[in-house]
Ligand binder design. Structure first.
Ligand code: DP6
Length: 343
């Protein structure tokens, strides 16, 4: 996609704007950083933006009161500090002297390994840019969102998206681009929820720990370019079996680096393993379905749309799986009309 599209418009009289962004599921994963300060990844990654798991962020300029709210309720602690730091960084970068504050809402559980931080930080970056009237290109928006949360760099675009590692120290070549739009190849994405509560180790802390202590981390980095190349080819060929096989191997390699850390980082529960097993059984009975798992216990399954009912039913009866969320490929970030749907 050319970088001529801009996020603009949606700004209203109180110097605020609202944006909506979908979560994304990485099929070749971002794990490890080459710079924590600029949030630069050790590896490139490829993901699918989702239609069914969406976050909305309202950002206002020069507002008083809590800087970070979720559905109107102030968010304190580490999450509050992290968002406030991001809002201040955005204001400085966009040349705004006043403070930004934000109120967010997601259609799915936050902080549970469902990529909520990607959707939220992407929506916040877009709404902040729009609120202050900045005309920001999509690749620039991707770099802004990246600083809030790496995976947010990918939610700027719909469909199949690659985030480039880049080599520059200033991070200006580490942004995402769309490989194929969401409508070129219909696939279903199901999430088997194994744990409704928050995950133990946030991905940011886990990445730092795993990078520093896992003897398998160097092997993870070395294998990534091969997976990226193979995944680009598989997506271009609309080859679901190849996409799924690469995604499963890449996911297991990421979790192997975590298991080898000292002390180990262990995201799975018994339900996670049971759901993996169920996906393999479903495949044995003819369903085109493949799993991937992020920094949490949930099992995400990519499958052919015609198999989605059978796969959802199969996952719903796995012991310990509380529910199954259904989605497909979704669009990139959008500025909405400025209304705040949850107030
Ligand atoms: C396992 O984007 O949440 O989901 O950049 O520190 O905010 P920070 O990390 P984050 O990490 C996501 C890791 C992952 C894999 C992926 O989405 O590529």
């Amino acid at each position: 996609m050319p970088d001529t599209a801009h996020v603009a418009g949606g700004r209203d009289s109180v110097m605020g704007a609202t944006a909506r962004a979908g979560a994304n599921v990485a099929l070749v994963k971002y794990w490890g950083k080459r710079s924590s300060e600029k949030n630069l990844p050790a590896v490139g990654s490829i993901s699918l933006t989702l239609s069914g798991l969406v976050a909305t962020a309202r950002v206002e300029v020069d507002s008083r009161g809590a800087r970070f709210r979720s559905r109107g309720e102030p968010v304190d602690g580490v999450a509050g500090e992290r968002m406030t730091g991001f809002l201040d960084w955005l204001a400085e970068r966009l040349g705004v002297e006043a403070r930004f504050c934000t109120d967010v809402a997601a259609t799915f559980p936050v902080g549970a390994g469902l990529a909520s931080s990607a959707a939220i930080h992407c929506a916040v970056a877009a709404a902040a840019s729009s609120a202050c009237g900045a005309r920001v290109g999509l690749r620039e928006l991707s770099r802004l969102a990246r600083v809030g949360s790496g995976s947010a760099a990918r939610s700027v675009y719909g469909g199949w998206v690659e985030w480039h590692r880049g080599t520059r120290d200033d991070g200006e070549d580490s942004d995402a681009e769309q490989l194929h739009s969401e409508d070129v190849w219909p696939v279903a994405l199901l999430v088997a929820v194994a744990e409704e509560g928050k995950k133990d180790v946030p991905s940011r802390d886990a990445m730092e720990h795993v990078t520093a202590t896992s003897p398998l981390f160097a092997g993870w980095v070395a294998a990534q370019d091969g997976d990226l190349e193979a995944m680009r080819r598989a997506i271009a060929a609309r080859d679901l079996r190849a996409v799924g096989t690469i995604a499963e191997e890449n996911c297991l390699r990421m979790h192997a680096t975590c298991l080898a850390a000292r002390p180990p980082v262990f995201y799975w529960t018994p339900a996670t393993l049971a759901a993996i097993q169920r996906v393999r059984e479903l495949r044995g009975s003819g369903c085109d379905a493949y799993f991937t798992i992020d920094a949490g216990p949930q099992v995400k399954v990519v499958c052919a749309p015609q198999d989605a009912d059978a796969v959802a039913e199969g996952l719903a009866t796995v012991p310990g799986i509380s529910r199954v969320l259904r989605s497909g490929a979704g669009p990139g970030v959008e500025i909405t009309d400025g209304a705040i749907p949850w107030r």
